[in-house]
Design a binder for this molecule. Structure first.
Ligand SMILES: Nc1ncnc2c1ncn2[C@@H]1O[C@H](COP(=O)(O)OP(=O)(O)OP(=O)(O)O)[C@@H](O)[C@H]1O
Ligand SMILES: [Mg+2]
Length: 214
């Protein structure tokens, strides 16, 4: 479903990705590991259409998104991808309900029944009108998970989703992600540097010196 071919990414003259070749099947749960600065987030951003490579192809269902225009890339991102981040990235001045509804608004959808459904599913009942600062870290990440799934994207990208949580909460969050992913049959790419978090994936790819290790 996702296929990267000889992908190179530069920041100035610094070549961060030096020819990434990687295939991810539909419905697969892949973990990407590698040391700090090895290019994990850069790689995730290319798959998520937040950025384009200088060289190489990023095929999603046969379409090369590396060749998309800005508008095409924005549409791709909004429709096909759900993001989960280390620091949750919730908007501080709007409620839990409004944060989860954001991807629907961006798609001009007014059907908020899925927001309610995910609030229940994530164990956030009664928190609809709370603001992010009124929630624990684990609760904030559950809001972010709901936001990542609410518009029913087929690709979920999680960049160190447990990185700012204690290990117990982190494992609860991973259990939740794994369950929802199984129920909804998403393709997941998880970035982590914690081996016990990578264990949640079906396959682990390691990145070093700008390439995926064989
Ligand atoms: N926007 C940017 N401008 C310039 N350099 C960048 C930019 N983003 C990342 N880099 C550089 O690219 C390299 C890879 O960064 P990246 O964030 O992908 O690493 P990472 O593997 O996610 O690291 P970490 O585990 O610390 O999150 C680093 O050397 C970083 O300094
Ligand atoms: Mg990173």
């Amino acid at each position: 479903m996702i296929r990267l071919e000889r992908v190179e990414k530069y920041y100035g003259s610094h070549r961060v990705l030096r020819g990434i070749d990687l295939r991810i099947e539909r419905g697969e749960f892949l973990a990407i590991m590698g040391s700090s600065g090895s290019g994990k987030s850069t790689l995730l951003n290319l798959i998520g259409g937040m950025d384009r490579p200088e060289k190489g192809n990023v095929f999603v269902d046969g379409d090369n998104i590396a060749a998309y225009s800005d508008d095409q890339l924005t549409l791709y991102r909004r429709k096909r991808v759900g993001f989960i981040f280390q620091f949750f990235n919730l908007l501080p001045n709007i409620t839990v309900f409004e944060n989860i509804a954001l991807p629907l608004l961006l798609r001009d959808s007014t059907d908020t029944s899925r927001v309610k459904m995910f609030i229940e599913r994530m164990g956030l009942r009664g928190k609809d009108d709370a603001y992010p600062y009124q929630l624990s870290g684990g609760e904030q990440q559950r809001v972010a998970i709901a936001r990542a799934f609410v518009h029913d994207p087929d690709i979920i990208l999680a960049d160190e989703p447990t990185g700012s949580l204690d290990s117990e909460t982190g494992m609860m969050i991973m259990d939740t992600i794994r369950q929802v992913v199984r129920e909804t049959k998403k393709t997941v790419i998880l970035v982590t540097h914690e081996p016990y978090i990578a264990e949640y994936a079906e396959r682990i790819a390691r990145i070093k010196d700008g390439v995926i290790l064989p």
